[in-house]
Design a binder for this molecule. Structure first.
Ligand SMILES: [Zn+2]
Length: 157
């Protein structure tokens, strides 16, 4: 059942690596290889432990070469039209791989839709108290973790 948050240390490590990549790039834009190494490590850990990362993190990492995508520095961002819709196209300057995102304020990611929530599904599995998602800057993570472990302590008693 719902015990203490699993892989808490791994989430902290992911967050650290992601922030470290931002830091070294901000310090010196020449540090792109180092930032790529941090992001690649972050990606490998998340993959190995099957941890889902927040879309805001995922969208800033190149799927091809794991570069940290900073518009104007390591990637370009352009507005394009296609299929009657507007898209933001982000192209990595290291490996030229591009990703595109729909410009639709009403568009909801799958994880944000009500039917994606476990309590709205006819699923016998108990609802997860904490979404298994790494936030980019989890300043409040320890508090949330505290809350969750307290609530789960209640349910066990
Ligand atoms: Zn790339």
């Amino acid at each position: 059942m719902a015990g203490p948050v699993k892989d808490r240390e791994a989430f902290q490590r992911l967050s650290f690596l992601y922030q470290a990549a931002h830091c070294v790039l901000a310090q010196d834009p020449e540090n792109q290889a180092l930032a790529r190494f941090y992001c690649h490590t972050e990606k490998t850990i998340a993959k190995r432990l099957v941890l889902r990362r927040d879309p805001s993190v995922k969208r800033t990492l190149c799927r091809g070469c794991s570069s940290l995508l900073v518009p104007g520095l390591t990637c370009t961002q352009r507005q394009r039209r296609g299929r009657g819709q507007r898209w933001t196209v982000q192209t990595c300057l290291t490996c030229q791989r591009s990703q595109r995102f729909l410009n639709d304020p009403k568009h909801l990611l799958w994880g944000d839709r009500p039917e994606a929530q476990l309590e709205n599904q006819a699923d016998p599995k108990p609802p997860q108290p904490l979404p298994n998602v790494a936030q980019p800057f989890p300043a409040h993570l320890p508090e949330q973790v505290q809350e969750v472990s307290e609530t789960s302590g209640f349910s066990l008693q």
